[in-house]
Design a protein around this ligand. Structure first.
Ligand code: GLP
Length: 255
């Protein structure tokens, strides 16, 4: 077991800049790099920082191959909530990652069983993940590996917990009572497994905000448990965490 390297930054922007600096440094020093990518509000700032480095400093991503960590299942790729749309808007449209080097699970694949195998095999065929960039859910989920889910496995289909659903779709939550179809539309997702993540050569986790403090403290200091999927990162020898002050303030969290 090895403790992660933790950077504590003042606020969200400083977290995003530090994350960008770490990723940019790895991108610059590699001739070929396979990166796993998260979505969510935490990653928006990171992607904006990387886009700025591409625009202003000429940082090139032409040798980078990306695999997104997850995607909702059963929606079209151009659904406004899809991670295809999120990635295009926040990163792909602004940097020079070749289109053929960007991978996400296909939300409308005819067979989920075939799709999870295809995705895992594509990661293996690319040589495995060099750098897995992660966010974390307030309940400790990484990618869409929810607490108590089949966490140590490979890519699979996971069911979103109500808590994650409500946090991920704040604007849709009020519609949910009247229209259960809205909840059902984003009920499941393809996710790489914690097993896939743990095979990455390096892991970089970013987190911001007080809502993440308690779960991060447990993930880093507590036992390794499927109830907190992020706690499995304790089993990895090369984890860096970049936290803003609120996410890194564990003073009120019971040991
Ligand atoms: C989603 C993603 C996760 C991400 C999490 C955190 O559930 N599937 O990969 O880590 O959101 O989101 P946020 O950064 O918005 O807190």
């Amino acid at each position: 077991m090895k403790l992660p390297t933790i950077y504590l930054e003042d606020d969200y922007s400083a977290m995003a800049r530090r994350g960008g600096e770490i990723v940019a440094d790895i991108v610059r020093r590699s001739s070929r790099l396979v990166v796993a990518l998260p979505t969510g509000s935490t990653s928006v700032g990171l992607y904006a920082d990387l886009a700025r480095r591409h625009r202003e400093d000429g940082l090139s991503f032409r040798h980078v191959i990306t695999f997104n960590l997850d995607e909702y299942r059963g929606i079209p790729k151009d659904d406004p909530e899809s991670y295809h749309v999120f990635m295009e808007r926040n990163l792909f449209a602004h940097v020079d990652i070749p289109a053929s080097a960007r991978h996400l699970p296909d939300p409308l694949a005819a067979s989920s069983g075939d799709e999870v195998r295809r995705y895992e095999e594509a990661i293996d065929a690319a040589g495995g993940i060099d750098l897995a960039v992660l966010g974390v859910g307030a309940n400790g989920h990484i990618a869409f590996n929810e607490p108590g889910d089949y966490v140590t496995g490979p890519t699979h289909v996971a069911a979103l917990t109500d808590d994650t659903w409500t946090r991920n779709f704040p604007s849709l939550a009020p519609l949910r009572e009247k229209n259960p179809e809205v909840r059902a539309r984003y009920a499941t997702a393809y996710t790489v497994g914690v097993g896939t993540i743990l095979r990455a050569r390096r892991i970089l986790l970013l987190a911001s905000g007080q809502a993440k403090a308690s779960v991060l403290a447990s993930a880093v200091r507590g036992s390794v448990t499927p109830n907190i999927p992020a706690s499995f990162l304790q089993l990895h020898p090369d984890v860096t965490m970049v936290l803003d002050r609120a996410a890194g303030d564990w003073s009120l969290v019971k040991p």
